[in-house]
Design a protein around this ligand. Structure first.
Ligand SMILES: Nc1nc2c(ncn2[C@@H]2O[C@H](COP(=O)(O)OP(=O)(O)O)[C@@H](O)[C@H]2O)c(=O)[nH]1
Ligand SMILES: [Mg+2]
Length: 348
């Protein structure tokens, strides 16, 4: 019953949020919060939007803090609005903060130019307790924006941590933003950024060292085994707008390339499999932790007295978790309540 009522309320919210720029923003914001939190409503929402989404295109921008991502994003919004006339949604993602603020607040200031444009929707996302973290919440949010009529979504991350790279890599086109200067390209390579890059941007090209950075990048790209698509290197001065048009066109070319070769579908399918794997793995890992470490755990006691070795204990844990997952879920568990992993996994 509860879950039926929840479903009906979600459908109502979805309907009022749908319509892109003419949809209700407050409904959309509420839905995004649910997607961010995960839990039962978030899962139900994910189920509703999954079937309705497949047409929006997403572009992820990643790079060190201060590289100029927000300024570039703002320029891309202008370009996209002028070139397509379509509405544009922006997700500013900060895995380091449990609350929106700090760096993201600065980003909003840099995107202020678009504050009055009804066709631009900017939303920050921080870590909020979604099962599997932000890396899992962002794809849900992307599908929600897709299903509610936002054909282009730009995703800006705050830095270049593992989660941020994962988030950016969950987009159709990944833009890696670097600055000129000694070692930036090398650092990016170390952080695994070049592996996920579809487009490389040397922003702040008004500063010295552009040629050297470009040379480093070309060299590193030659060493990697990208055959189908060699990431173009675009020079930009985001603060003056120089090169933003080139970046916009490079994004378009990459999209055409993906769509022509059937690569977009392949890429999306492989991402969805990755996402599923991440969700299942994190769900299972949590269940294992709970099973092993609960108070009064016999296994812990047996391990302490050395009457069982870790390998055997692991087998026991896996077997009992598997049994719990195999049990039918109860008819209605309270949202995020009892903590029954198996039931929650099925989204009851
Ligand atoms: N000189 C110069 N400064 C820039 C350029 N692009 C951005 N900035 C400045 O760099 C700072 C950080 O930019 P921001 O977009 O917030 O970077 P983010 O942290 O990657 O989002 C701001 O003060 C921008 O005005 C550029 O191309 N050249
Ligand atoms: Mg920023």
């Amino acid at each position: 019953m509860r879950s039926q009522a929840r479903g009906a309320a979600l459908v109502e919210l979805l309907e009022s949020a749908t319509g892109g720029a003419s949809g209700d923003r407050r409904s959309l914001a509420r839905l995004l919060s649910l997607a961010e939190q995960g839990e039962a409503s978030g899962r139900e929402l994910a189920r509703l939007t999954y079937a309705r989404s497949s047409s929006a295109y997403s572009v992820g921008l990643t790079g060190a803090p201060g590289a100029g991502k927000s300024t570039l994003t703002s320029g891309l919004i202008t370009e996209a609005r002028r070139e397509t006339g379509d509405p544009v949604a922006i997700l500013a993602v900060d895995p380091t903060s449990p609350l929106s603020g700090g760096a993201i607040l600065g980003d909003r200031v840099r995107m202020q130019d678009h504050a009055l444009d009804r066709c631009v929707f900017i939303r920050s996302m921080a870590t909020r307790g979604h099962h599997g973290g932000l890396a899992a919440a962002v794809p849900d949010a992307l599908r929600l924006l897709d299903a509610t009529g936002w054909p282009l979504v730009l995703v800006e991350t705050v830095g270049v941590g593992q989660v941020e790279v994962e988030v950016a890599a969950s987009c159709d086109t990944v833009v890696v933003v670097l600055n000129p200067g000694w070692g930036d390209a090398v650092q990016a390579n170390k952080a695994g950024l070049l592996e996920v890059a579809d487009i490389l941007v040397i922003n702040k090209a008004d500063r010295p060292g552009v040629r050297e950075t470009k040379r480093d990048l070309v060299h590193m790209l030659q060493l990697s085994h990208q055959l189908e698509w060699v990431p173009p290197i675009i020079e930009t001065v985001a603060s003056s707008g120089d090169g933003i048009g080139d970046l916009w066109r490079a994004i378009g070319s990459h999209r055409v390339h993906l769509e022509a070769a059937g690569g977009l579908e392949r890429r999306r399918t492989s991402r969805i499999v990755d996402e599923t794997e991440r969700l299942a793995t994190s769900c299972f890992a949590q269940a294992v932790t709970k099973e092993l470490r609960h108070e009064g755990s016999e296994l812990l006691a047996d391990l302490a007295t050395r009457s069982i070795d870790p390998g055997e204990a692991a087998d026991h844990v896996i077997a009992s978790v598997a049994t719990r997952f195999a049990q039918p879920s109860p008819p209605a568990s309270p949202a995020g309540g009892s903590g029954d992993e198996a039931a929650r996994h099925r989204g009851s």
